[in-house]
Design a protein around this ligand. Structure first.
Ligand code: FEO
Ligand code: CA
Ligand code: CA
Ligand code: CA
Length: 508
């Protein structure tokens, strides 16, 4: 959570060994409940839980750690689309997309996010299937645009768009709403033959406590393959959001609101996400470079290969953030994924998953230190905090979560095509790792969990009492699946087909 919590959390567990078992393997004394899998009913209308679960955020009801709303992102269908649209789509010629309109509708409905109401009953986490809060936000939901690019010519005058998808990771706001991040939207745009890609690649704000609210895409936060958000309040009172663009040689960003946070204004603070400065990181000089058309001669004079101006307005800069960052001299990074702010010293931790192009196969976790700990400032230093590899025991760090004592919980994302073979063989399936940031074990990982075959554990999130850790099981059986003989049977076992979903880990 963003609020201060007591620093009493001392997880005690005997680390597990890397595993290739088709289950969630946990240390002795820990267990898991399956909360929801694809297709589960989440409200009275019969809406159902989406596909390939990713980011989770738990928002307590009446401060409870045993009853609340869970937001879950649904990222993509990919080759597992046959769960959504049947086996016929597997035989479709990808170059000649043969999905019917009904199949496209099911595909888009499976993506976006779910609000579920969950509670502990007799010690076990369960889904409230007829919840009044249960809601789907999907690739078909109407979403309004805010900020400089809304209604601009860069977006063909659009003030609202249809749908959100490719929702990877995200974050929460200080006013208890969700920020869900659109990452690899181009795959979905292509699969579903959607007309305007500029409508996607944004950050979407959803209010889970108001099922009738219209979600908002905040264009001031820029458009790229958004992985996540990490919100922190600067000493000045301005809101700061750190963000990664998960692709080889893309950038780290931060947004600084123009106005100041007002703790009494509740959801009206959302307006702070409509007007502010977006920065890209220059790691070589330790500078945040403002992606501000009015302030930057570089942006005003940047030309394409035909000698035409690349940008004519701030809206152009926001819609084409990657080009603007390149023109300004931002530092291309090795797939910046999750970013989290340390709850005690407020330094910034960033996963660099890997970048095979540079021979960086195992990734790192970078720690960024703002000058004078001023999150709204324009200068920083950094260090490599931890490095993946066979010696350190983890590879391809992705989502991060801090506990209240400042320990990192790191999930890994070795792609399902590389897992358990070649240079990744010793790591087994993807996992969850415990990484202290202080004390004698600082920088040394201990493995806490191992994922089912082909899967990635995503979206780690603790309840406020830190007795439950939520995690998604994304794409079990991916890439390794032979249709009639799946290599994963999680979670039902036997000869059942695998299903992506969300679990609650207990035993802390
Ligand atoms: Fe969707 Fe960056 O992982
Ligand atoms: Ca991710
Ligand atoms: Ca995170
Ligand atoms: Ca990833």
């Amino acid at each position: 959570g963003l609020e201060n919590s007591p620093r009493t959390f001392k997880p005690v567990f005997k680390p597990i060994q890397p595993s290739t078992k088709d289950d969630i393997v946990l240390p002795e004394g820990f267990t898991y409940d399956v909360i929801a899998v694809y297709g589960d009913k989440i409200n009275e209308n019969g809406d159902t839980f989406g596909f390939n679960a990713d980011f989770n955020a738990f928002l307590p009801i009446d401060g409870s750690s045993e009853h609340g709303l869970l937001w879950t992102n649904h990222e993509y269908c990919g080759e597992l689309e046959y769960y959504v649209n049947g086996y016929d789509t597997l035989n479709a010629d990808p170059a000649n997309n043969r999905r019917t309109p009904a199949q496209i509708e099911k595909y888009l409905y499976a993506l976006g996010g779910s609000v579920t109401e969950i509670k502990k009953v007799n010690g076990k986490w369960t889904l409230v299937a007829d919840s009044q809060y249960g809601r789907r936000v999907t690739g078909l939901t109407r979403i309004s645009l805010t900020g400089p690019a809304a209604g601009s010519s860069a977006m063909s005058g659009a003030k609202q768009v249809v749908g959100t998808f490719a929702n990877c990771s995200g974050g929460i706001t200080l006013w208890n709403t969700i920020l869900s991040c659109e990452e690899n939207y181009q795959d979905v745009v292509d699969d579903c033959k959607l007309p305007d890609a500029s409508h996607y690649g944004w950050i979407v704000e959803v209010d889970p406590f108001d099922p009738k609210s219209t979600p908002k895409k905040h264009t001031a936060l820029g458009r790229f393959s958004h992985e996540n958000t990490a919100m922190v309040l600067a000493d000045s009172g301005q809101l700061v959001i750190y963000m990664g663009d998960d692709a080889n040689d893309q950038y780290v960003y931060k947004y600084v609101s123009k106005g100041k946070y007002n703790p009494n204004a509740g959801k009206n603070n959302s307006r702070l996400l409509e007007d502010g400065t977006l920065y890209v990181a220059d790691f070589s000089k330790g500078k945040w470079l403002a992606l501000d058309y009015e302030r930057s001669e570089k942006l005003q004079t940047a030309k394409d290969e035909n000698g035409q101006p690349l940008f004519t307005s701030q809206a152009d800069v926001l819609v084409n953030c990657r080009e603007a960052s390149k023109a300004l001299g931002g530092t291309p990074m090795d797939r910046p994924e999750d970013v989290e702010v340390h709850p005690i010293d407020r330094t910034i931790f960033i996963s660099m998953t890997n970048n095979a192009k540079h021979g960086n196969f195992y990734g790192q976790i970078v720690r960024l230190l703002e000058k004078g700990n001023d999150h709204a400032g324009e200068e920083f230093t950094f260090e490599i905090f931890a490095t993946g590899g066979p010696q350190s025991g983890f590879a391809a760090p992705d989502n991060l979560a801090f506990d209240s004592a400042g320990n990192l919980w790191v999930v890994t994302d070795i792609s399902s095509g590389s897992m358990n073979s070649g240079i990744y063989e010793s790591f087994g399936n993807n996992g969850v790792f415990f990484l202290p940031t202080s004390g004698q074990d600082k920088g040394h990982v201990a493995q806490f969990a191992s994922a089912p075959v082909g899967a990635e554990m995503t979206g780690p999130w603790f309840t406020p009492d830190e007795k439950t850790l939520f995690l998604s099981v994304q794409h079990p059986g991916e890439n390794l699946t032979v249709y009639d003989q799946p290599t994963s049977h999680w979670p039902k076992g036997g000869k059942q087909m695998p299903l992506p979903g969300v679990v609650a880990i207990r035993g802390f």
